[in-house]
Design a protein. Structure first.
Lengths: 221, 464
């Protein structure tokens, strides 16, 4: 669950990062347009937040390159421009949403959730797997009727496993989706989160299976 | 003392009339000399005739000189004027007959048989005297015959001729003056036209910097007209720069504003519970919203100045439908201040040809103002009616209104009415309304609402 913010205003990036991290996303930030396009194509992002006025390359150009590569990542344009022509151009080039600066933070967050959800091919805002449910909007997980107290990173790992339940999630993919570029990832850090999750899910919850040398799998039943 | 503006007409007139007058004076001087000469020659010829007639009648009778003075000799000199004729025949200084005291020529030697003329004075009268010296058979000395005539007829003739000359010159000068005036007036006609062309540019609200049409401009005025075109070009460029700057600046301000607002939102979440701090954050938040609104309005103005927005495709828009839509969009903000919105439609189905965005912006600004500045719990009425070829939209509220002295000023950009209790505005809303309506050849004016007693904003649109 990583989000790439392509924006050259650092103060805005800090604010957005704070909000997105609190939502459980790992956040990467890039201010150079050309660089942003290549990262966006190679890394498994859940969402691209794209400013139109960038140094070196316009946001439209990034958009064109990302879509030309065949990437289906959801893209939100976040810009000061409010001319209809810009909106039409952005959406026609393959953006999924267009948000004008300044914006209301809660609306931005709701749009992020919606875009991420649609990117995962879901329409139900709730993530469920057996008796386990996660409400991304509230940032709350429940097991049966009981609330489950999860740390931010634990929640992120669990969300990914739930999205792909009953399927193998390779370890490097899990790491790539949970951690941003500038976050140090120790060799055993993932094992640590998995261990904690198993402990919190207990015997009643879904089981996380380790497939040595491959990755993890969340069993629905 | 203020210097008078130089006038081309005066210059042309002076330039022509002064030389023409000089010529006229020269003609007058020359003419009077010629006239004097002609008068003298003519009258001298008559005088000479009389003189010769007398001289012909000289005879010697018994060694005595006799003159058989013919009536005709003196009759020749009789004119309508009351000139007097005098004569004297003398021999060797002794008068033979005639007036003894008639002056003789000062020079003693008079060429024989050649009449001599001179001016003299006789009994206080200016006279012209002709004299001839003649040899008469039987007398060994020449006989001197002199005829004098007073000069009334001469002077009269001279005066008449001079008068006619002067009259002719006055007529000539007047004709020249009138013709010059007419010619200058016609010649300057294209300048007046040029002035009208220039006047059409820069009318309030209009940003027409089209170059002047130089086809009809006379060659002589081409240089200034070209200079004006260059100036128009530069003004147009400068306006464009300003417009672009406004647009760019507004855009640039939005990003920091977005950052500010994002952090504020984050802060609000942290502060949940601490009411005093929340209050302060809310204040900051309200100012951010206000700044955002101002930036949006600045952008609208910058775009309204561009022709692109106005020239963008016009559609046939039903004002009634539009008004309903826009009021519906404001229902929430009106409800928040407990304001009742009412729509009164006196004339169904009024259509205007306009860009929909412009109509949205115009209506939106006026209604927003009514909702923002009207008292909480008040009423806002939008009334649509028809007046000839115009659709009239009145927006009335029951707020404090705007005093007549301020009604023009509020259309100026950034002008705000000083009010202790009112909300802070950007001072741009009404200027946007006016600029956009100007662009659509509509109009807007402020007055006092008859029914609610607050402000009434009356907008007129051309019906499609």
């Amino acid at each position: 669950m990583r989000i790439l913010i392509v924006e050259d205003d650092k103060a805005l990036v800090r604010g957005l990062s704070a909000s997105l991290k609190a939502m459980g996303f790992a956040v990467d930030h890039e201010l150079d347009g050309a660089e942003a396009a290549s990262i966006a194509i190679s890394e498994p992002y859940s969402l691209l937040v794209l400013d139109l006025g960038l140094p070196n390359s316009s946001g439209f150009e990034v958009l064109r390159q990302v879509r030309a590569s065949g990437s289906k990542v959801p893209i939100m344009i976040l810009t000061a421009r409010d001319a209809t022509a810009d909106k039409v151009k952005g959406l026609d080039l393959g953006a999924d949403d267009y948000v004008r600066k300044p914006f209301d933070l809660s609306e931005f967050e709701a749009r992020v959730r919606a875009l991420v959800r649609r990117g995962q091919g879901r329409t139900d805002p709730l993530l469920t797997c057996g008796s386990l449910a996660i409400d991304p909007a509230m940032g709350r997980a429940t097991l049966g009727d009981k609330p489950l107290d999860l740390r931010r990173r634990e929640m992120a790992v669990l969300k990914i496993l739930m999205l792909h339940h009953d399927k193998l999630v390779p370890k490097d993919r899990l790491i790539a989706e949970v951690f941003g570029f500038d976050e140090p990832v120790g060799p055993n850090v993932l094992e640590l989160y998995i261990a904690r999750l198993r402990q919190k899910l207990g015997a009643d919850g879904p089981r996380i299976r380790t497939m040595r040398g491959l990755g993890y799998l969340l069993e629905g039943h | 003392m203020a210097r008078r503006q130089p006038s081309l007409k005066t210059r042309f007139l002076l330039g022509l009339l002064v030389p023409v007058s000089c010529v006229a004076i020269a003609v007058a001087v020359g003419g009077s000399l010629v006239i004097s000469h002609v008068v003298e020659v003519t009258h001298d010829r008559l005088l000479k005739g009389s003189l010769l007639a007398i001289a012909e009648r000289l005879a010697v009778d018994d060694g005595e000189i006799t003159v058989d003075l013919p009536r005709v000799a003196l009759g020749m000199l009789e004119t309508q004027s009351d000139d007097s004729i005098f004569y004297r025949v003398s021999l060797d200084g002794q008068t033979v007959t005639g007036y003894e005291d008639l002056p003789l020529p000062r020079s003693a030697t008079i060429a024989p048989e050649r009449p001599t003329f001179w001016d003299d004075n006789y009994h206080g009268n200016a006279v012209r005297i002709a004299a001839i010296s003649r040899h008469v058979y039987g007398i060994n000395k020449p006989v001197l015959v002199a005829v004098a005539e007073t000069e009334h007829a001469r002077h009269q003739l001279w005066r008449e001729m001079i008068r006619e000359l002067a009259l002719a010159e006055i007529v000539l000068l007047s004709v020249v003056a009138v013709l010059t005036w007419v010619a200058v007036e016609r010649g300057l006609g294209p300048l007046a036209q040029l002035k009208r062309q220039i006047d059409r540019r820069g009318i309030t609200g209009s940003k027409d910097f089209q170059p002047l049409d130089l086809h009809l401009v006379p060659k002589e005025a081409l240089a200034p007209a070209r200079a004006i075109n260059e100036l128009l070009d530069r003004v147009s460029f400068a306006t464009q720069i300003l417009r672009q700057f406004t647009a760019d600046a507004s855009h640039q301000m939005r990003t920091p504003l977005a950052a500010l607002r994002t952090h504020l939102d984050l802060l609000k979440r942290r502060l949940a519970g601490s009411s005093e701090m929340t209050q302060m954050v809310m204040e900051v938040d309200a100012q951010v919203v206000r700044l955002d609104r101002m930036i949006s309005q600045l952008l609208t103005l910058a775009r309204a100045d561009e022709d692109a927005l106005v020239r963008s495709p016009a559609e046939r828009i039903s004002l009634v439908t539009k008004a309903k839509q826009i009021l519906a969009l404001r229902a929430q903000s009106a409800a928040a201040r407990n304001i009742e919105l009412q729509l009164e439609v006196e004339q169904d189905e009024m259509y205007v040809e306009a860009n929909e965005l412009l109509i949205d912006e115009i209506f939106g600004n006026v209604i927003d103002n009514a909702i923002r500045y009207g008292p909480a719990g008040g009423v806002v009425i939008a009334r649509l009616s028809r007046d000839g070829a115009s659709a009239v939209v009145d927006i009335e509220d029951d707020g404090p209104g705007i005093p007549p002295t301020e009604r023009q000023k509020v259309f100026e950009r950034f002008y705000r009415i000083a009010r202790a209790d009112g909300p802070d505005g950007s001072g741009l809303g009404l200027s946007i309304v006016r600029v956009l309506l100007d662009r659509m050849s509509g109009s807007v004016e402020l007055g006092e609402g008859k029914r609610l007693g607050g402000l009434r904003v009356t907008m007129r649109f051309h019906l499609a």
